[in-house]
Design a protein around this ligand. Structure first.
Ligand code: KIV
Ligand code: NA
Length: 276
């Protein structure tokens, strides 16, 4: 099985085969996820929240992203790795955006970049694509715009907002993006966008009619502390599993049942009384 490409991802829409994407932030998870056959790994700037403990994605830097993308790429043999462009790495100028996007392909082994926005980024997306760098767009709830959106809420709820989302999706397609993440939009609107454009939509909180789905891996596994959004399905409860395993370890160290003989090294019959 060889490395998945953006061409394969595009074709999946035409053949009606749903695309699976998950976030990954480090080598161990990348290894595990790569072996599952998931199609794409997104090194999301959600690593700001998940891995670094920030309360938004805004503080995440290019250096933070490069560090984690490199680790993920070392563990991803088959899956296509997409690197999120952090806040302010593509907004200042088209030239800076191309240079920063280029760093991901040049320095990490990522195969594509993702950025948040639509029509206003058309020139930026075109320039990045013209440099030979595949681009994934991101529309709807775009967390880098949290202060403008006024919170993390469902987008595209009135006709004006819905029309703007459709226009943005078309603009991204025309600019050469090969896929679009749709976050937190009503399922009927996501369906409408999906049937209107020819590139795949990858939904998160966008219903089942998208061409693919993405989730934050820590949410899916039940590793995220506190409440998770409505669209998250927990497929495991690893927080509980980790706590239970560690409690058992603590107990066994306290009562000296760990490490037993099977976890200890025997000597070769040394006369240790001669040791002083
Ligand atoms: O950063 C991220 O994890 C994302 C996904 C939620 C799409 O952008
Ligand atoms: Na992101």
């Amino acid at each position: 099985q060889k490395k998945l490409t953006t061409t394969t991802i595009r074709q999946r829409k035409l053949t009606n085969q749903p695309i699976t994407m998950l976030t990954a932030y480090d080598y161990s998870f990348a290894r595990i996820l790569d072996a599952t056959g998931v199609d794409m790994l997104l090194v999301g700037d959600s690593l700001g929240n998940v891995m670094l403990g920030y309360d938004s994605t805004l503080p995440v830097s290019m250096e933070d992203m490069l560090h984690h993308v490199k680790a993920v790429c070392r563990g991803a043999q088959h899956t296509l790795v997409v690197a999120d462009m952090p806040f302010m790495s593509y907004q200042v100028s088209v030239a800076e955006a191309v240079a920063n996007a280029g760093r991901f392909l040049k320095e990490t082994g990522a195969q594509a970049v993702k950025l948040e926005g639509g029509q206003e980024l058309a020139d930026t997306v075109k320039a990045i694509v013209n440099a030979g760098i595949p681009v994934v767009g991101h529309l709807g709830l775009t967390p880098q715009h949290v202060h403008q959106l006024g919170g993390y809420t469902v987008q595209g709820k009135d006709l004006t907002a819905a029309r703007k989302l459709l226009t943005d999706a078309k603009a991204l397609e025309e600019s050469g993006a090969f896929a679009i993440v749709l976050e937190c939009v009503p399922e009927s609107l996501a369906a409408k966008i999906t049937e209107t454009i020819r590139i795949p939509t990858i939904g998160i909180g966008a219903g089942s009619q998208c061409d693919g789905q993405v989730l934050v891996i820590h949410d899916l596994l039940g590793l995220t502390p506190g409440n998770t959004p409505k669209f998250v399905k927990k497929y495991a409860n690893l927080r509980q599993d980790i706590a239970a395993a560690v409690s058992k370890y603590i107990t066994e160290v306290h009562n000296k049942s760990f490490p037993g003989a099977e976890y200890s090294f025997k000597d070769a019959g040394l006369e240790l009384d001669k040791l002083y």
